[in-house]
Design a protein around this ligand. Structure first.
Ligand code: GLU
Length: 307
């Protein structure tokens, strides 16, 4: 085990449903990578998009992490408590002339934009329209016409030409909520996160986050994107009603997560000591260099998966 001085990691679930296998994999990978490095591991509830919050999900997730022995450091951070920080960051970007107000409706964008790396590329309609800040609308980040690249520890080099692949993206939504892309950058910087370990579904968001870090003079953490868990080729998610992890079968789920991550099995009948053992033999180089891997069948988990 190599200790990495100052390592700070995190797990950042959205409270849109209980912990399922896909989110468990992200939790286990980020926990093991942090613990193997002798680092800290924080939990942040990503409820910046309040419209997606499911009542009770936050408690369910925290209870499941606790029952599985995925112990965290410090207080749980909640995005709903941090809007003043996001507003400050947005103001800093405004002062640098890097934002503008946009009055385009979703419909108009869909009609005039072309498909890009993550949905429709915003065609820049309001970029030079000088829409007054008093007008209702979204606020967008003015991307530079440049390639933003980073080296992912597992997936390798990822590069996007933000102007062509994404377009100017939203920082403040028309409904007044801050966008995930802005919140995550500020949250990770404020926590001093050195290593982001999360699902590969966010690989395509990372160049936007790197661009924001640069615009705000914030450090860029190291990134490691683990494959997302799929079932019949589709991403396992709360939206696809992935079954909740039944912590009564914690050891079976931990073993399944380790196997998914290409790690050797561990012995035991309690999750916490099994995780401690897994941390001592954690080798991230064994993680499959793919963006998706089939999840185990919940029926095979000794009754695990209760929904
Ligand atoms: N909140 C996101 C999710 O639950 C994760 C975001 C991140 O790790 O940066 O998928």
């Amino acid at each position: 085990m190599t200790r990495t001085p100052g390592y700070v990691g995190r797990f950042a679930p959205s409270p849109t449903g209980p912990l399922h296998f896909g989110s468990l994999v992200a939790a286990v990978a980020s926990w093991l990578d942090a613990r193997a490095a002798g680092g800290e591991w924080h939990v942040r509830i990503e409820d910046v998009d309040a419209t997606r919050t499911v009542p009770g999900a936050e408690d369910e997730i925290l209870r499941a992490l606790d029952a599985l022995g995925l112990a965290w450091d410090g207080p749980v951070v909640r995005q709903r408590d941090r809007t003043a920080r996001y507003a400050q960051a947005l103001e800093a970007l405004r002062l640098r002339g890097l934002t503008y107000r946009c009055r385009c409706s979703r419909r108009e964008i869909a009609d005039s934009g072309l498909p890009g790396a993550d949905g429709i590329v915003y065609p820049g309609t309001c970029r030079d329209a000088a829409v007054p800040a008093t007008e209702s609308g979204a606020e967008r980040f003015r991307v530079r016409d440049e390639t933003v690249a980073f080296e992912d520890r597992v997936q390798g080099r990822v590069a996007q030409q933000l102007a062509d692949d994404i377009g100017d993206f939203v920082l403040l939504r028309r409904d007044g909520l801050f966008a995930y892309q802005l919140a995550v950058v500020i949250d990770d910087a404020d926590l001093g996160v050195t290593d982001v370990v999360r699902g590969a579904d966010l690989l395509g968001s990372t160049p936007r986050q790197v661009a924001l870090q640069r615009a705000l003079d914030l450090p860029t953490p190291r990134y490691l994107h683990v494959p997302v868990a799929t079932r019949a080729g589709e991403k396992l998610s709360k939206q696809t009603l992935a079954p909740a992890i039944d912590t009564a079968h914690g050891p079976a789920w931990i073993l399944a997560a380790l196997a998914f991550l290409g790690q050797p099995g561990v012995e035991g009948d309690a999750a916490a000591p099994m995780l401690a053992q897994a941390a001592s033999c954690w080798d991230w180089r064994r993680i499959p260099r793919r963006t998706g891997v089939e999840a185990p069948d919940p029926a095979a988990m000794d009754g695990g998966g209760s929904r």
